[in-house]
Design a protein around this ligand. Sequence first.
Ligand code: ZN
Ligand code: FE
Ligand code: FE
Ligand code: ZN
Length: 261
Amino acid sequence: MDYHLHTKFCKHADGEIHEYVRRAIAVGLDEIGFSDHTPMPEWYDPDFRMELHQLGEYIEMVRNVQKGYPQIKIKLGLEADFFPGTESFVKKIIRKYDFDYIIGSIHYIGQWGFDNKANIEEYKRRDIYEVYTQYFELVKKLARSGLFDILGHPDVIKKFGFYPDQDYSKLIKEALLEVKKANMVIEVNTSGLRKPCGEIYPSRMFLTIAKRMGIPITFGSDAHKPADTGRDFDKAVALVKEVGYDKVVVFNKRKQEFVKI
Ligand code: ZN
Ligand code: FE
Ligand code: FE
Ligand code: ZN
């Protein structure tokens, strides 16, 4: 399965939706889900997401491929940003439609869009352990908000290859405690392999802790073009099996069900 696919609606992805679907079928996926970037209040990162008035059109587009390609399961999802203060806006969107799952992702620490390569310099100005602490504090808040089903690219803070000198496993454990309490799932996202960190999100260390805590997983490629659909899933499956996972979660109307890998 690949639960993290974007579409043209977010203004920074290429290809037609049917090309993603055909690619998924071609690479042998049983199930996919579209999870484009949600609309947010207009002051928040407007260049990287659909407009509020386009939400209905996005949903209709997904419904159309669901009908057009009965040979593959296609789920309706969203990748929603978690940013303190926007919860009620996001909640309204989530409640309005019948989504199968909502991925919650963090892309900002305060005003700093830390996963945007235009803002890399900021890593050199900051203490990296402090940056990780702030990131994982946001993960806790994301989980406590109760809005989301899946934690997207769980350690995306490593995207550009900046790692703390100290052991930061304690930050991960504390954050995952909240994820567990919220009955959430974490995403194994292969897009990190295509980024400077060169590593799946999350790391083996992170995944080992999650497994020990009994936190389930989904898979996602974070494709922003059809060719990346299901990309590097052989590596993702190998990693999760090494860590001890033998099941993934699939979502139907925000209910979890376990499926053997
Ligand atoms: Zn994107
Ligand atoms: Fe994201
Ligand atoms: Fe994404
Ligand atoms: Zn993403």
